[in-house]
Design a protein around this ligand. Structure first.
Ligand code: GLU
Length: 488
């Protein structure tokens, strides 16, 4: 059997991290078995449809390297892969169900349905269609009213009144549901569009999908689906409900916890490989301890058996740590390009563009160990690219020189004079010179270095000082030290 999985998002907004995790697991399962990973757009909710969302879905998959084998814009033997272009199939399926007696037209007005719901609410009963159109008499009456008002029908599934269905879930095992609790749900809307329940099932069968992976939030819909598979004579695929993704406080991951879209994470400077790795561990593990896992390893080892039943927690600190690991391990030339692109985007406009690639290349070894996020690159290295730096008096003095501004100014003047004499402008002689000077002046070396650090970089926290000074060059260092002395 060829494994065929599908990612079937509804293009209604920015793809949520949870959706991408589903796409990732679909992708891994298909790749692991040499099968196909399919993208299908479930765009039957016309009120919430957005063309930007379609674009976002495709871009987010591309950004993480989850390239579908079949899908809109890609093609494939079972297209079209957009539900709004497959209407005939759904209408035919709904008509078949009506003909078999497994579904019926419902002509009830929304005003009537609202009244039924309000009454149920008042009686503290669960909301449920009261099945007026289920039998012919009620239906005929509703139909007369509807036709007088020029309204069309919806199609509802004729849910059996009792009995049980059992979901065999590849992750959760078996769960049995009481059919009596279900209502007669809509499968075809009055606009002629199918609801999700009908459309996905018809398409999964037509597209030969073998494994359906979706979030745990869909479990309550499973009994309806099982009844429909039966009525349509479809052998259900393997069904696997993936654990929810929670925020650190234990509630479902949402905007309240921070970013929920892949794009926001990419913008903040998380690397696609790090996101891939992190998302792959949201609910799946290799062995309960390995954290850094390559794409190839994920593909080689992924199985539904190792997906957990309990929710996964989205831990941003872990993602940030992981990103740092990926940055440290990345090929240096590639990293230079990434850092340079980021600096082109992030540095203030007065810095000439494109930023000097030669300098980027020299600074990467100094900062790659510290940077956990690409968004931090500018903060660690802006002073290499700026002509001059701004000096804040309090920053310059820090604790060590507070109330001793005159001493600090004098010390800077002496540093400047000594550095002007250093024979070769390299980090080792720069350091030796400054250590000797600290002894002469009678201050702690660390205090002198932190003063010089702020003088040449404008910042208290920077990459290693002497290496940075070497890259900056003598002229710029001396000019900045002089400017700092003046600022005091
Ligand atoms: N269109 C549904 C969604 O947006 C698909 C769920 C499923 O995978 O069946 O989540």
């Amino acid at each position: 059997m060829t494994v065929r999985t599908r990612y079937a998002p509804s293009p209604t907004g920015v793809p949520h991290i949870g959706n991408i995790r589903t796409a990732l697991f679909d992708y891994l399962l298909a790749r692991k078995h040499g099968g196909q990973f399919i993208l299908r757009l479930e765009d039957t909710d016309r009120a919430r449809y957005s063309p930007e969302a379609v674009d976002g879905i495709q871009r987010s998959l591309a950004a993480l390297g989850l390239e579908p084998d079949e899908g809109p814009g890609i093609g494939g033997p079972y297209g079209p892969y957009v539900q709004s272009e497959r209407q005939d199939l759904y209408r035919a399926a709904a008509a078949r169900l009506v003909e078999q007696g497994d579904a019926y037209e419902c002509w009830c007005s929304s005003a009537r349905l609202d009244a039924v719901r309000a009454e149920q609410q008042r009686l503290k009963q669960p909301p449920k269609y009261d099945r007026r159109c289920r039998d012919e008499a009620g239906r005929a009456e509703s139909r007369r009213e509807a036709e007088a008002e020029g309204r069309g029908p919806v199609v509802r599934f004729r849910t059996p009144l009792d009995g049980q269905v059992t979901l065999h879930d590849a992750i959760h095992g078996d769960t049995t549901f009481d059919v009596a609790l279900l209502d007669d749900f809509v499968i075809l809307k009055s606009d002629g569009f199918p609801t999700y329940h009908l459309a996905y099932m018809v398409d999964d069968e037509a597209m030969r999908i073998t494994h359906v992976l979706r979030g745990d939030e869909w479990i309550p819909s499973a009994p309806r689906h099982l009844l429909m598979y039966r009525a349509l004579g479809i052998e259900p695929p393997v069904i696997a409900h993936l654990p929810l993704i929670l925020g650190p406080d234990g509630s479902k991951l949402s905007k309240r916890h921070g970013a929920t879209s892949v794009f926001e994470y990419l913008e903040q400077g998380f690397l696609p490989d790090a996101l891939f790795n992190f998302l792959g561990l949201l609910g799946w593990s290799l062995d309960d301890k390995t954290e850094i896992i390559s794409r190839e390893e994920f593909i080689a080892h992924f199985t539904l058996e190792r997906v957990v039943k309990s929710p996964a927690v989205f831990n941003i600190d872990k993602l940030t740590w992981m990103n740092g690991v990926y940055i440290r391990d990345m090929d240096e030339a590639l990293l230079c390009e990434l850092f340079a692109a980021r600096l082109d985007a992030d540095l203030p406009p007065r810095v000439p563009r494109p930023v000097d690639r030669g300098i980027v290349r020299r600074t990467v070894p100094l900062i790659r160990e510290r940077v956990k996020l690409l968004a931090e690159v500018a903060e660690y290295s802006d002073f290499f690219f700026a002509e001059a730096v701004h000096h804040n008096r309090d920053e310059l003095l820090g604790k060590a020189w507070a109330h001793r501004a005159a001493d600090a100014g004098a010390a800077l003047a002496r540093v400047r004079a000594s550095l002007a004499e250093v024979a070769a402008w390299e980090h080792a002689p720069i350091e030796t010179t400054m250590r000797a000077l600290a002894d002469e002046v009678g201050v702690k070396a660390g205090d002198l270095f932190s003063l010089v650090r702020v003088a040449v970089t404008g910042r208290r926290v920077t990459p290693p000082l002497f290496e940075s000074m070497e890259i900056l060059g003598r002229e710029r260092c001396l000019a900045r030290i002089e400017a700092a002395a003046r600022a005091l």
